[in-house]
Design a protein around this ligand. Structure first.
Ligand SMILES: [Zn+2]
Length: 159
């Protein structure tokens, strides 16, 4: 399970939304405060707030915490909903990641250096579970940095 942080909000979460497959396999759990329930719509691709299925949180978890239980293919697709611009959803996860990194390099984007490093790590052994864990960790760090950068651009400073 990968712990991700998809908001810069420091409020405690009051809701948790789980996402399951049709076979009841847990994909991810998103924690959010009352002000940021739009995060659920962002992850699910919904146009309206997603309230069905969410549960009250009774332990200390920060808003924007995401527990991602998916294999790397699904995790990468979900990064595509939070910060990473994926050029294609075809091909292997490494091909998708490589294309995203190439595009960031082409536009001289703020995530270009981080993504180039992640591709380098990934290419060393894409089928190696230890490499995949490392890639997911690096993606989560890059995601947090990208989310914070966007927050600063929007609000001027971190909370
Ligand atoms: Zn919040």
């Amino acid at each position: 399970m990968q712990v991700r942080q998809i908001s810069s909000c420091t409020s405690p979460a009051v809701w948790m939304l789980p996402r399951l497959t049709s076979r009841r396999t847990l994909l991810w759990e998103l924690y959010m405060c009352d002000r940021h329930d739009a995060l659920a719509a962002q992850l699910t691709g919904a146009h309206n707030p997603v309230r069905r299925g969410r549960q009250p949180v009774n332990r200390e978890v920060r808003c924007g915490t995401l527990h991602d239980h998916q294999p790397i293919e699904g995790a990468l697709a979900l990064h595509g909903r939070t910060w990473l611009v994926l050029q294609t959803l075809a091909g292997t996860w490494l091909e998708q990641l490589t294309e995203a990194a190439q595009w960031q390099a082409d536009i001289d984007g703020p995530d270009a250096a981080a993504l180039a490093e992640i591709v380098r790590v990934a290419a060393a052994g894409p089928d190696d579970p230890a490499v995949q864990v490392r890639v997911l960790d690096l993606l989560a760090r890059a995601e947090t940095a990208a989310v914070e950068r966007r927050w600063v651009a929007q609000y001027g400073q971190l909370p």
